[in-house]
Design a protein. Structure first.
Length: 629
């Protein structure tokens, strides 16, 4: 077994790898950028090495810096985690050339699966069914268009170098094809430096089913069953589970068998995932499931597989990288129970899922379920990296039980003032169709309105805040004003109404204290009363006490960049008339795209943004002059 391991990653996955390494007695080395100097993965590792400035391309993405860190700390092996350098065949080769152990597949396997067109060609040859389509040998727009017409609409245009849900366009009709092709190529060139595309039949009622595979350096390959990752937003996974609902033994045998064949075809060593797309219009069927791509690394959602198989996949990775054979044979592996994972993001579903940054003044993940996280209370969410802050994993003897526990866990999430998607996730998991196993990739987009919670507190939350204010030590906690001025109609006799004036954002109300304790949790924080309810956080203050969380924004028509990012598209010109809610520009920050919308009807009076431009936090991007009604 290797004795020391450098983890070329950050956040929850770095912490996850450290946990297993420590249990196995392997010394761990963290690397960190400026922004991560005090991060949890640095605190948890045995040793840590600074690798440069905060932007990933100046630190976590620089292979030479990672190698220098390994040399300086005497690390024997490098685990890349996911994202960053994990699927970079050139980096893997450099690690091997430096006589270090690469915890991952051979560079040749990464390369073979790196481009979607080449991978599909290889899979065709290996007898693995692939999504019907055109692999793009001739990239002329006319030929691509003719192929799309021949496949029949809807089709999906995909960047061959794509990943992370980017570089994909669904085309519903021939007339839209050329526009979609151009925009797909533009995005692919900007994101991946390669604008080649392929065309696929758009599968109806698509379900994302993937299979965990594992190979060792002795020629063994096994699968660890399937996961269903159909709950996606913008082609990115949000909730994953294992096994897949409605999976029968015949389909499982077909898809898991195809996955093993795919891994064998590229001589696979280590952890990998074969992603398939299934046409679930008549349930899962062995002949309606096709290879989509392979991810040659550990996947974000690996915990659900660990939970149903009782295995530690990071331990398997370290054993395999050390030259040991796979810990178990295929016949020794079995599915026990059900597992669900929800990705907790620092983002605000009530504001277009805008990433949310800042200090985690309050951070409590409820329940007794497994939570894989890279942060603790008091830590900072910086704007530089992926906004995923934790994965909540629930298990149960049945799917129903796992869902109940996941919903309960999500509803108990308490995070403030950073915003999270906990309430959104809880609603998705509690949805009756989800419970019934009626999942496909259109689930979230088609239900988005009912899944996004209101940003204003419900009545019960106002009442809870009022009760909590009354019960708390006003004089002590709310020093900024005479507490009794907040109480109106206060009378000493027991059955009188007790009223308290409260403020939430720009909304001030006079609330009658409820006789029965409403549901939820309230905690005082300085002069703020926080109420946590069903995954959301609401901050209340007494009127006149300054502060006042929330609100703000574009009420005066100036749209500032909410965080450092890159302008990727500008949809308006100076002088344009715009309608309330109209898209003004798209900003990319923390790997997510965010649209800035017109706050009201008006005219673009100032425009300081061009596509491709890097902007800092607080930059005035657009000013809208309100129209006289
Ligand atoms: P990425 O590399 O970005 O992960 P994938 O090829 O894995 O790209 O596709 C991402 C998602 O897009 C899938 O999980 C699925 O939801 C959707 N998708 C991909 N191909 C198809 C298809 N042919 N038909 C319908 N949906 C698809
Ligand atoms: P897929 O590419 O099919 O969506 P995953 O679900 O495993 O596969 O997602 C992996 C992606 O998640 C990475 O490629 C990366 O874009 C993103 N990601 C999430 N958290 C992190 C992180 N802490 N560091 C790097 N990448 C991350
Ligand atoms: Mg994928």
């Amino acid at each position: 077994m290797i004795r020391s391991l450098l983890i070329a990653n950050r956040g929850e996955i770095a912490c996850r790898i450290i946990r297993t390494a420590r249990r196995l007695g392997v010394r761990t080395v963290a690397v960190y950028s400026d922004a991560d100097a005090k991060a949890l993965h640095v605190r948890e590792a045995d040793d840590a090495f600074h690798i440069g400035p905060s932007p990933a391309r100046e630190s976590y993405l620089v292979g030479e810096k990672i190698l220098a860190a390994a040399r300086a700390t005497g690390a024997e092996a490098i685990h890349p985690g996911y994202g960053f350098l994990s699927e970079n065949a050139g980096f893997a080769q450099t690690v091997i050339d430096a006589r270090l152990v690469w915890v991952g597949p051979k560079p040749s396997s990464i390369r073979a699966m790196g481009l979607k067109d080449a991978a599909k060609k290889l899979m065709d040859a290996a007898g693995v069914p692939t999504t019907p389509g055109y692999l793009g040998e001739d990239q002329s727009p006319e030929r691509l268009h003719a192929e799309a017409d021949a496949i029949g609409y809807p089709v999906l245009i995909k960047a061959v170098a794509g990943g992370g849900g980017k570089g994909m366009r669904r085309v519903n009709a021939s007339a839209e094809f050329q526009d979609m092709l151009q925009s797909c190529k533009r995005e692919a060139a900007a994101s991946f430096g390669d604008d080649r595309v392929l065309i696929e039949k758009y599968i109806l009622r698509p379900r994302h089913i993937e299979v965990q595979v594992f190979g060792d350096s002795h020629g063994n390959v096994v699968h660890l069953f399937e996961r269903d990752c159909s709950l996606q937003r913008r082609h990115q996974k949000v909730i994953e589970e294992a096994p897949a609902p409605g999976m029968d033994e015949a389909t499982r045998a077909a898809v898991c068998g195809a996955a093993v064949k795919a891994a064998q075809a590229v001589d696979y060593v280590g952890a990998g995932t074969i992603e398939f797309i299934a046409d679930a219009s008549e349930g899962l069927k062995p002949d309606r499931i096709w290879f989509m791509e392979m991810n040659t690394r550990l996947q974000v959602e690996h915990p659900v597989t660990e939970e149903i198989t009782g295995q530690d996949l990071v331990e398997w990775q370290l054993r395999v990288a050390s030259g040991e054979p796979l810990p178990l044979r295929q016949d020794d592996l079995a599915i026990r129970g059900w597992a669900m994972e929800a990705r907790l993001y620092a983002e605000d579903p009530t504001h277009e899922f805008l990433p949310s940054t800042g200090r985690l003044d309050h951070f409590v993940l409820g329940g007794r379920m497994r939570a894989d996280t890279g942060v603790e209370e008091g830590d900072q969410i910086s704007p530089y990296y992926d906004p995923m802050i934790a994965k909540l994993i629930a298990t149960g003897g049945s799917r129903e039980e796992a869902i109940d526990r996941l919903v309960a866990t999500l509803e108990q999430v308490e995070v403030w003032p950073v915003k999270t998607n906990a309430a959104f996730l809880a609603r998705a998991a509690a949805d009756p169709d989800f419970r019934a196993g009626e999942v496909d990739t259109a689930f979230i987009p088609s239900k988005i309105d009912s899944l996004v919670p209101d940003s204003a507190p419900p009545e019960g939350v106002w009442a809870l805040a009022a009760n909590a204010m009354l019960a708390s030590d006003f004089g002590g906690r709310f020093e900024t004003l005479d507490p009794w001025t907040a109480l109106q109609g206060f009378r000493a006799n027991a059955d009188a109404d007790l009223r308290v004036s409260l403020r939430h954002g720009h909304d001030t109300r006079s609330i009658v204290a409820a006789e029965q304790e409403p549901e939820g949790v309230a905690t005082a924080h300085g002069d703020t009363m926080l109420v946590f309810s069903e995954g959301q956080a609401f901050a209340f203050t007494l009127p006149g006490s300054g502060g006042g969380a929330g609100g703000g924004g574009a009420s005066d028509g100036t749209l500032l960049s909410p965080m450092p990012g890159r302008v990727i598209a500008v949809d308006v010109r100076q002088g344009d008339r715009v309608a309330k809610g109209q898209k003004l520009l798209t900003l990319e920050a923390m790997k997510m795209e965010h649209s800035l919308l017109a706050p009201f009807n008006g005219q673009v009076s100032e425009l300081n943004a061009t596509a491709g431009e890097q902007v800092t936090e607080g930059t005035l991007l657009v000013r809208i002059e309100k129209a006289e009604d």
